[in-house]
Design a protein around this ligand. Structure first.
Ligand SMILES: [Fe+2]
Ligand SMILES: [Fe+2]
Length: 140
């Protein structure tokens, strides 16, 4: 397998994981209740929107590399809960895994020497790191 094909495969994993994140955050935004809904409904909605943007960037990269984008979400379970602290823990796990995926992608992009792609993926990677810190601070 060529290094471009390997990169396309990694990008498709990230795309599938973003599609999962969109569903997860929209689900938690719908169910978060009580006094914490005031803050967490907008937070989860923002994360869902951010995941749509990340998915768009990753899709664009796959198209540019001549690959075919996945349309199915990553199959790791989205756990239903109405406990906001559990939602935040699942959000933290999601952000950690996403950051690992993008870290791996950055290494592959470096190998093919595409600076423009490196920049856009690095932007996503940093936003996942910011979300990790945000979730960590919010978990009680
Ligand atoms: Fe993301
Ligand atoms: Fe994220």
């Amino acid at each position: 397998m060529s290094s471009v094909d390997m990169l396309i495969e990694k990008l498709n994993q990230a795309l599938a994981f973003e599609l999962r994140a969109i569903n997860m955050y929209a689900h938690y935004a719908a169910y978060v209740n009580g006094i914490h809904r005031i803050h967490l409904n907008p937070l989860f909605t923002t994360e869902a929107t951010e995941s749509i943007q990340h998915a768009n960037i990753v899709r664009g990269a796959i198209v540019k590399l001549g690959g075919i984008c996945v349309t199915e979400r990553h199959d790791s379970e989205i756990v239903h809960t109405e406990n906001y602290n559990e939602m935040l823990k699942f959000a933290l796990d999601t952000e950690k895994y996403a950051s690992e995926l993008y870290h791996g992608i950055l290494q592959s992009v470096e190998q093919i020497g595409d600076d423009e792609l490196f920049d856009s993926i690095e932007g996503i990677y940093f936003s996942e790191l910011r979300s990790i810190e945000e979730m960590r601070m919010l978990i009680q």
